[in-house]
Design a protein around this ligand. Structure first.
Ligand code: HEM
Length: 451
């Protein structure tokens, strides 16, 4: 590997130059974590080429803040993500830009206010408790699969007010599974042109066709009903832009698919890591149980949330060590500089949450699971840390729209589980892959222990 180390302000950031033509594609695919460790040695703003693109990877919180907040207008999500948008939901708020995005974001925000989230909290607790009640002492469960089903059950209820096990719920379930199979692997998607009719693409198109029909029916039903349920679909079907226009069924469908896409695996991944981390830490688990029991006894509700301090600390710490979206991608609208280096207009800027969250400059014992670091009394001593040393939900105007929903869900599910059972690790070591839609831990098994 040749070295492109430089300190000139008009040159690209330093970084591994890789092989002729393919750049670092092969090294990245073969050993992504090894590649990352090599790249880090070049600094906190690093460049390399892969998949035929120029990447600039950022692990400096101040540069992250510049891109996401201070100069967010100078960066777009760009072609790298637009390609996903075109495949799954071109009108979805995750993928739109400019005025179109601003209009949608404003409208959709009304579906994620604390009052709305409160109405979803009971579903989150009920679904989690029902799941925990199906387990017996000594059962071995696989967390990825289990949490994926749980968060999808919760979304099916809160987005569509549908029963996961009924016929219409199954349409949502099949569409999401087909979506995950189809675009579940970044690397494959980058290498296979979208017009190639793979079996997973055909399955996805069929399942999405059924979901489109279902959403059309549901929007019509909600718009004609005298009394509507409090699900997200009803809110979107009724919502109006400032000029009085309503979303078309196609647009409602794209937003719902976007929420399924953005809110399902992310939350499941966060839960998987949180439970696995707890399963390896008896003390944290005991403290979580004590909190769950003292705060809520048997039945948890939205009003208990502020008291679930340690539960929140566990969720935050799991999101620090294993951010479900390890990297955010942006493209500058024109050539610019970052960290003193040139960044060409067509470069993909990769903001690495994974790197910032474990950066030894900003965290004590960065590799250790230590939920206490998030407790208010300890956090007080933390003021020197740059804000963007931690950004599991992104930042600036395009920060996660579902953040409140997700944190509510994480806290309620963890506390509901902790009030009923504990976990022991079966899988001692994770086989992490960054190439899934979210950070993929590989299969993760735990034992269930019931009192
Ligand atoms: C632990 C769970 C979650 C994590 C870690 C997470 C993370 C993120 C991040 C990092 C972004 C910013 C992406 C970027 O700037 O490129 C984002 C955006 C977004 N998230 Fe989440 N998310 C989670 C759950 C959810 C849920 C439950 C929903 C909806 C029900 C949701 C809906 C969205 C939407 C709509 C956007 C796009 C916002 C925009 O571009 O204006 N997310 N999420």
């Amino acid at each position: 590997m040749t070295d492109t180390r430089t300190d000139g302000t008009d040159s690209l950031p330093p970084g591994p130059s890789g092989l002729p033509l393919v750049g670092s594609t092969v090294a990245l695919l073969r050993d992504p974590w090894g590649f990352m460790n090599t790249a880090i040695e070049y600094g906190d703003v690093v460049s390399y080429t892969a998949f035929g693109r120029q990447f600039v990877a950022v692990g400096d919180p101040d540069v992250v803040e510049r891109v996401l907040v201070a100069e967010n207008d100078a960066f777009e999500k760009g072609g790298f993500q637009q390609a996903f948008g075109e495949l799954i939901a071109p009108e979805g708020v995750v993928f739109t830009e400019g005025e179109r995005w601003r209009r949608q974001r404003q409208l959709l925000q009304s579906a994620f206010t604390p009052r709305e989230i409160q109405s979803y909290a009971d579903e989150m607790v009920t679904e989690t408790a029902a799941l925990a009640d199906t387990w017996a002492d000594g059962d071995v469960i696989e967390l990825r699969e289990t949490t994926s089903t749980l968060t999808l059950r919760i979304l099916t209820r809160t987005l569509f007010d549908l029963d996961f096990d009924a016929e219409r719920g199954a349409i949502v379930r099949d569409a999401v599974r087909a979506l995950s199979d189809y675009i579940g692997n970044y690397a494959t998607l980058m290498l296979v042109p979208s017009w190639v009719p793979t079996p997973s693409k055909r399955r996805y198109e069929r399942a999405m066709g059924e979901l489109d029909t279902l959403v059309d029916e549901l929007v019509a039903e909600r718009r004609n009903a005298a009394e509507t349920p409090t699900d997200l679909l009803s809110m979107l079907a009724a919502a109006e832009y400032p000029d009085g226009e309503q979303m078309s069924p196609g647009e409602v469908r794209d937003q719902l698919v976007t929420f399924l896409f953005a809110g399902h695996e992310t939350t499941a991944t966060a839960l998987t890591f949180a439970v696995w981390l707890l399963a390896g830490d008896d003390e944290a688990q005991a403290r979580l149980t004590r909190e769950a029991e003292s705060v809520c006894g048997e039945s948890l509700s939205f009003t208990d949330l502020p008291e679930l301090e340690f539960t929140e600390a566990v969720a935050r710490e799991a999101l620090r060590l294993y951010p479900p979206l390890t990297d955010l991608f942006r493209e500058p609208t024109e050539a610019t500089t970052l960290g003193g280096y040139r960044v060409p207009a067509d470069a993909t800027v990769l903001l690495s949450a994974y790197r910032c969250h474990r950066h030894e400059e900003y965290w004590d014992t960065p590799e250790t699971f230590r939920p206490e670091r998030w407790l208010p009394e300890i956090r007080g001593g933390d003021q020197d840390r740059p804000e963007y040393a931690y950004f599991p939900f992104g930042g600036g105007p395009r920060h996660c729209l579902g953040m409140r929903f997700a944190m509510t869900e994480l806290k309620l599910t963890l506390a509901t589980l902790a009030g009923r059972l504990t976990f022991d690790r079966v899988t001692e070591k994770l086989d992490l892959s960054p190439f899934g839609l979210t950070l993929d831990p590989g299969p993760v098994e735990v034992h269930v222990r019931k009192p």
